[in-house]
Design a protein around this ligand. Structure first.
Ligand code: C2O
Ligand code: CU
Length: 456
């Protein structure tokens, strides 16, 4: 762990003051509960479902459905989830991207162990941000998420923009064997030596043939969530007018063209999509692997035209530019690398350490972050593989890639670090606690690429 001292020169406090000032309005410190409690019951259990092209598939599911139930609440409402574990393994629910109280984060610790088979637990929190979030287990996740445990949590604005429709696409891939069932070998050497487990079937909302039927003139909010263990998607909208208005839940400063965005495991985008006029079917393709585009879904525009809702796309004007933040001394550098060894034969490490606390995150020496201050972190990928680095409990901004300043007009909770790439990010943690930082390629995480950020 290399913690570089932030040696104070005369100008730096000024710069840091400025960065903080730019941040203050960016997102709220506290939640603002309005007294309404939205209760949900969720049970995780094994079940057989007609998925992909409709053949029965044995999966692990929330409430017998894949994707799991879509939880929709409004900002200010309190979410209460009575969760029961009917799986053959302990599990938890992690609320990806949601700034929850530290002990509701679903990371197993000594004081809040995983939920054993047959047991129940009540998760309760009031989201602080509106946006597109998701939930999934945070123990043995490379197996549990792959088997079908994931769902979407949407926190709506107090007054949502007037889209014709709000549509969710959960994108995923599945590795099926000859028998048409999920290959039960997890964390294989092959997956660990590569970018995790990439499947042989790509699905949208659990189907290989998802069709979205739109009427001419419709303007929709399309929320895309990547729940795959390892696969990165770069959706191409086949010429439809498609602008990204939110990344990882939060609105962007300025909407931008959606094509080419790298949606890594964990990432979400909200797309402002215009149906245009009636016409042929439009194939929505994943072009992350440029030589091998894959069909994700189809959009068909047909029927009587509707009037296009006209409004300025929602934005978050307070997303700071922060490019100057790269001049602030690096607070902590995280070297990402692999080596032989460990229970799977390959370990993924952060600063030479493979995280050992998968069953309980207690007892690991984390990286201290200063609450309410600008922290400059560096992710240095020394390996030849992809690492989508995800932070719990906070949003961050990308400052540089390979030393070159970038001004992405948005916050993230997950950033894809390419092979041999160095990505610098700036973050102002406002929520106290021990927050996990890990690669969202779930096999890499399982094999050690995890650590804790200590905010306090
Ligand atoms: Cu979606 Cu710690 O993860
Ligand atoms: Cu990784």
């Amino acid at each position: 762990l290399s913690l570089l001292p932030s040696c104070a020169t005369k100008q730096e406090p000024l710069l840091e003051q400025r960065l903080l000032a730019e941040f203050v309005e960016a997102y709220p410190t506290a939640s603002n509960p309005n007294g309404i409690v939205r209760s949900f019951d969720i049970t995780a259990a094994e079940v057989e479902l007609p998925l992909l092209d409709g053949k029965p598939l044995r999966v692990w599911a929330y409430n017998g459905q894949v994707p799991g139930p879509e939880l929709r609440v409004r900002l200010g409402e309190t979410v209460r989830v009575r969760f029961t574990n009917r799986l053959p393994q302990p599990t938890t629910i992690h609320w990806h991207g949601v700034r929850v109280p530290n002990d509701m984060d679903g990371v197993p610790t000594q004081s809040r162990p995983a939920i054993k088979p047959g047991e129940s637990f009540v998760y309760e929190f009031t989201p602080k941000d509106a946006g597109t979030f998701w939930f999934h287990p945070h123990i043995r996740s490379s197996e549990q998420v792959e088997r079908g445990l994931f769902g979407v949590l949407i926190v709506e604005d107090p007054a949502p923009p007037a889209y014709s429709r709000d549509v969710v696409w959960v994108v995923d891939d599945w590795l099926l064997g000859q028998d048409g069932q999920i290959v039960p070998a997890f964390n294989t050497r092959h997956d660990l030596a590569h970018d995790g487990r990439w499947g042989n079937h790509v699905t949208v909302n659990g189907r290989t043939n998802e069709v979205l039927a739109l009427r001419p003139g419709e303007r929709i909010r399309l929320r895309i969530v990547n729940v795959a263990n390892g696969r990165v998607f770069a959706p191409d909208f086949g010429g439809l007018a498609a602008k990204i208005v939110a990344v990882d839940g939060l609105y962007v400063r300025t909407p931008f063209d959606a094509s080419g965005f790298e949606l890594a495991p964990g990432n979400r985008i909200d797309v402002d999509l215009m149906a245009g006029s009636a016409g042929a079917a439009i194939s929505i393709e994943d072009r992350f692997l440029r030589s091998r585009p894959r069909r994700l879904a189809e959009i068909r525009v047909a029927g009587d035209p509707v009037e296009t809702p006209r409004f300025e796309p929602p934005t978050r004007r307070t997303v700071p530019a922060w490019t100057a933040g790269s001049e602030v001394p690096v607070h902590a550098e995280l070297a990402l690398d692999a080596r032989r060894g460990g229970p799977f034969g390959i370990e993924w490490t952060i600063n030479g350490v493979a995280f050992q606390g998968h069953e309980s995150a207690t007892g690991h020496t984390g990286i201290p972050l200063v609450q309410g201050q600008f922290n400059h972190l560096r992710f240095a990928n020394h390996s030849a593989r992809l690492h989508p680095i995800h932070l719990h409990g906070m949003f961050f901004r990308v400052l540089t890639r390979n030393g070159r300043a970038v001004d992405e007009p948005f916050f993230r909770d997950t950033v894809l670090v390419h092979p041999r790439e160095t990505v610098d990010v700036g973050v102002v943690p406002v929520d106290e606690g021990s927050w996990m930082l890990h690669c969202h390629i779930l096999e890499h995480a399982e094999a050690g690429m995890m650590t804790m950020l200590e905010v306090g």
